[in-house]
Design a protein around this ligand. Structure first.
Ligand code: GRF
Length: 190
């Protein structure tokens, strides 16, 4: 199974997927890594691993993901013969030009127990709400924000002395275990 990974940041989840492939626990290949941020460390990690990379040129828009750019992304993924698109810290909203090309084949990882705390800084939202438990979710991407069908979740306790950073760090440990496992599940359904 050929994976296309879209990310905007550090790429630790991409690394976890790569590690799972390397240790034989995930039967897949990362065909391409695309980022909307030329300085994102995810691109550096991919280059170091010899994985083809590409830039998503959002024409100077900070958060918008123009539809024609989404069509370009779809074309790049198709050219790389991608079977499954994995969003890993990708900060733009995927819409129909991309979704129509990969129906039921785009998944995302989110740092909360969805449907709780969709959107940005979910771990901060959890802390501010005073919940005793948060976690992470891998889900199919649909037209909403972090609303698609859930594939897998992992719980993480919120500790009394947690800061936003310490909670996010512990959630990420679970993310790195969860994402490769969720990809295995999705692959078995394709
Ligand atoms: C993760 O916490 C993920 O849940 C969220 O963005 C973060 C990406 O981290 N969507 P990384 O770039 O994989 O290190």
């Amino acid at each position: 199974m050929r994976l296309g990974i879209l990310g905007s940041g550090s790429g630790s989840n991409m690394q976890a997927i790569l590690d799972a492939i390397a240790d034989g626990s995930l039967d897949a290949e990362i065909a391409i890594v695309l980022s909307d941020n030329p300085d994102a460390y995810i691109l550096e990690r991919a280059r170091k691993a010899g994985i083809p990379t590409g830039l998503i040129d959002c024409r100077g828009f900070k958060t918008k993901y123009p539809l024609e750019v989404q069509a370009e992304t779809a074309a790049a993924l198709l050219k790389a013969e991608v079977d499954l698109v994995c969003l890993a810290g990708f900060m733009r909203l995927v819409k129909s030009p991309l979704m129509a090309v990969f129906p039921g084949r785009i998944i995302n990882i989110h740092p909360s127990l969805l449907p709780a705390f969709p959107g940005l800084h979910a771990w901060k939202q959890a802390l501010e709400q005073g919940v005793s438990e948060s976690g992470c979710t891998v889900h199919y991407v649909d037209a909403g924000i972090d609303t698609g069908p859930i594939i897998l979740q992992a719980k993480v306790p919120v500790l009394p002395d947690d800061t936003a950073e310490s909670l996010h760090e512990r959630i990420q440990v679970e993310e790195h275990r969860l994402y490769p496992e969720a990809i295995r599940i999705v692959a078995s359904r394709l």
